[in-house]
Design a protein around this ligand. Structure first.
Ligand code: UTP
Length: 471
């Protein structure tokens, strides 16, 4: 199909209604393929929505008032000696659901990974401290070992974006999905949202023939699950729960049966794993309870005096930091996907290069944040859940996200590898092995998924002197 004058007229009419027709400024100088791409991008954008979001950009929620009413969430905490549901009972319940094939898994891997600065999709980043295996390989092998343990299929849904899709699809196919049956791995793409000029609300061009678009946030998952037919696929497969995890945490306890069991036994519709914050200003989403509803307040939105509040025993009142691991009921997702208001949009001010009216590329100066981007967050679904529970996990055993490039910042490849080695060392030592202080160790998920399995698999006596991969 040749994008002709009729296409131009159609796009022009769509954009002019919201005074955004400037993005067609270079149309007549574009090649056929550039026109087709721009036309497809413009069709994806809802100019009326963009105008509405821009108009409301400063109408931030009053987090001070909200946070003043926030309390710590009701939670299954570590070391709780009188839990309503025992860990053992929860674990059994979760294991039964897994063995019955009622649980699927969803991995969100559509982010641009800008802080890490890796030139490929983040999932391809080599993180195995000894093996050099990628995040995708470690996560897929964890799921493979979990399937074997419970003797059941656990279909995996992987969310990608324009930023990551092609490379991810090719990489996973080339590696035969790291042992998972291809029929049980389904990729689906999230949508995009355009960046606008912070001063005017005008759509930005990244090139003469291309809008500045970025993935619409992990909250884009809800819409994309429906649009791609993935939610229908889950329902057709009889999956009642979905274990949600993110691509950057190689320590995730895959399909944690205790977590799934607490979720089921509590009648929760959406559950969240948390760690106990060590300082008021820890950079994690704060899981709180407001008027009896569990919700998350981002660290950047939590006023410092609220973050610093302490209980009589000296513990932080708002103690629970989200590690972005959830269990969803698929019926809950289907219900909320059908509600018109959907998830709210968050505003982020960012620096973005763009093409000006004369066709020149303009780089933002200094720390100028010239653009506004919009994003949706999946955790904003929490208040819509009729019941929502929280489970505390030990950070050393369950959470090490790769966020930043190596350097002074935390959550970098070096700190994550160190944490992986420390955990696997503890498993080996608990099994009776001795590991030299300077020896890196790594346990492949298909060798052991946890300390108990590691203890069954190693043969003693065992002395580890140099870097070793247990596989
Ligand atoms: P982050 O919010 O940490 O973003 O994503 P990121 O893209 O990895 O990194 P930065 O902020 O650009 O440096 C947390 C998880 O959510 C996914 C990411 O792939 C990661 O698994 N995500 C994020 C999406 O799937 N889509 C998005 O639009 C954003």
């Amino acid at each position: 199909m040749m994008p002709n004058d009729a296409t131009y007229e159609r796009l022009h009419a769509r954009l002019a209604a919201a005074k955004q027709e400037h993005v067609l400024r270079f149309w007549h100088a574009l090649s056929t393929s550039e026109r087709m791409r721009l036309a497809a991008q413009v069709e994806q954008v809802d100019p009326a929505l963009v105008a509405q979001l821009y108009a409301k950009r400063d109408a931030a929620q009053d987090f001070r008032a909200l946070a003043a009413r926030a309390e710590g969430p009701p939670a299954f905490r570590l070391g709780d000696d009188r839990p309503v549901i025992s860990r053992e009972a929860a674990q059994r319940r979760g294991a039964e659901a897994l063995a019955a094939g009622k649980v699927g898994a969803i991995l969100v891997a559509g982010g641009q990974g800008s802080r890490l600065g890796f030139e490929h999709a983040k999932g391809m980043f080599p993180i195995g401290p000894v093996s050099g295996h990628s995040l995708f390989q470690i996560l897929f092998e964890k799921l493979l070992a979990t399937r074997r343990r419970y003797g059941a299929a656990i279909p995996l849904y992987v969310m990608t974006s324009d930023a990551t899709h092609d490379e991810t699809a090719a990489y996973l196919a080339e590696h035969d999905y790291f042992g998972l049956p291809a029929a049980d791995v389904r990729l689906f793409k999230q949508g995009n949202l355009p960046a606008v000029d912070a001063a005017t609300g005008q759509l930005l061009l990244e090139q003469r023939g291309s809008l500045a678009l970025s993935p619409d946030g992990h909250g884009g998952m809800l819409q994309a699950l429906v649009a791609s037919g993935s939610l229908a696929d889950m329902q057709a497969r009889g999956l009642a729960q979905l274990f949600y995890f993110q691509v950057d945490n190689p320590l995730v306890v895959m399909c944690d049966p205790t977590f799934i069991g607490y979720h089921l036994a509590s009648g929760s519709e959406m559950s969240t794993q948390v760690v106990a914050k060590t300082a008021p200003d820890d950079r994690v989403g704060n899981v709180v309870s407001i008027d009896g509803k569990v919700q998350i307040i981002e660290y950047s939105d939590l006023p410092s005096e609220c973050a610093a509040r302490r209980n009589a025993d000296g513990a932080l009142a708002l103690w629970a930091g989200s590690i972005a691991v959830h269990v969803f009921d698929t019926a809950f997702l289907a219900r909320v996907a059908g509600t018109p208001e959907g998830l709210p949009y968050h505003v982020a001010r960012k620096a973005a290069a763009y093409i000006d009216a004369e066709g020149n590329r303009v780089e933002p100066q200094g720390d100028e944040k010239n653009a506004i981007k919009f994003e949706r967050f999946i955790f904003d679904l929490l208040p819509a859940a009729r019941k929502s529970i929280v489970m505390e996990v030990d950070v050393a055993e369950a959470f090490a996200p790769v966020k930043n490039a190596d350097g002074p910042a935390k959550d970098s490849p070096t700190t994550v590898k160190r944490q992986m080695v420390a955990l696997h060392r503890r498993w080996l030592e608990a099994a009776g092995a001795s590991v030299a202080a300077d020896a890196d160790v790594e346990i492949r998920p298909t060798f052991a998924l946890d300390a108990e399995e590691a203890a069954r698999r190693v043969s003693l006596p065992l002395e580890v002197q140099t870097a070793t991969l247990f596989e």
